[in-house]
Design a protein around this ligand. Structure first.
Ligand code: TMP
Length: 254
């Protein structure tokens, strides 16, 4: 079989040309980075779990009317997605103080925020993804006011829904990062959810013990990283059928 054309390789995923125009194949790697690439490692089975977790969450979001790029899962590590023009922003939604907001504003980690707080960061590795304001975004043309209105409305709905979904399985959604893209259909443009939603880009704490079940275990050398990702999948009821053994199976594409 001919190798598919690779279009982009990121830190945790690879994008290949899709089978039809307007589609891409998103491949999930086990590679993990933190601190904008300063720390590198491998979390065995992460790609398989994130593929499943992101599939599950995007499908549940689609059921409540959130437009997403997800089409279908293809195999253990790949999913078919719609090709979009990625908006060069990371939208972070926070419910509980942790990570950079705790450091930046001197708030004790674990403090519930007075309300959900939304922040924008510019996707630019060379600049270390700086935080930006709506003023910067519209002045420099990274997105327009109407785009931002759509992104904020979608992000807040996603947050409400995911907070409830995770709480139902004993997990607090502390914060998470979203990316959006522009989808063009017959001269009409829509903003849709892109990228992935997984323990790589969410902070997920056990709601009883506050134990971390996300990439902070890797970032902060807390150990049991693989186990934490597996536990999230298990609680969501989507651990691959053969259990952990399934995670080390053959990879369909390289
Ligand atoms: P932060 O506290 O480091 O700003 O991160 C907030 C949330 O966003 C956290 O769940 C991790 C996620 N995130 C990413 O997914 N990618 C990034 O590049 C950064 C900085 C954060």
């Amino acid at each position: 079989m001919a190798r598919r054309r690779q279009l982009y390789e990121g830190k945790a995923k690879i994008l290949f040309e899709g089978p039809e125009p307007g589609t891409l194949v998103q491949y999930f790697k086990d590679d993990a980075t933190a601190g904008n690439g300063a720390k590198k490692g491998v979390i065995t089975g992460k790609g398989v779990l994130n593929n499943r977790i992101s599939e599950y969450l995007m499908m549940r979001l689609a059921e409540i009317g959130i437009p997403t790029h997800f089409v279908r899962r293809l195999n253990m590590r790949e999913q078919l997605i719609r090709e979009v023009e990625i908006i060069p922003l990371e939208v972070v939604i926070r419910n509980v103080a942790a990570g950079s907001i705790a450091t930046r504003l001197g708030i004790e980690e674990g403090t519930r925020l007075p309300r959900s707080i939304l922040e924008y960061y510019l996707k630019n590795d060379a600049l270390n993804d700086p935080m930006v304001s709506e003023e910067h975004i519209t002045a420099f043309g990274w997105a327009g006011t109407a785009d931002l209105d759509d992104m904020v409305a979608l992000s807040l709905r996603i947050n409400d829904f995911l907070c409830g979904l995770f709480l139902g399985v004993g997990i607090t959604l502390v914060d998470f990062k979203l990316e959006f893209g522009r989808l063009w259909e017959n001269d009409e443009m829509r903003i849709i959810l892109a990228d992935e939603i997984s323990p790589d880009n969410c902070r997920l704490w056990d709601s009883r013990t506050n134990e971390k079940m996300d990439k902070d275990r890797f970032r902060r050398d807390l150990g049991k990283v693989e186990e934490a990702y597996q536990e999230v999948a298990k609680r969501l009821g989507i651990l691959p059928e053969a259990g952990v053994r399934d995670l080390k199976g053959p990879e369909a594409v390289q």
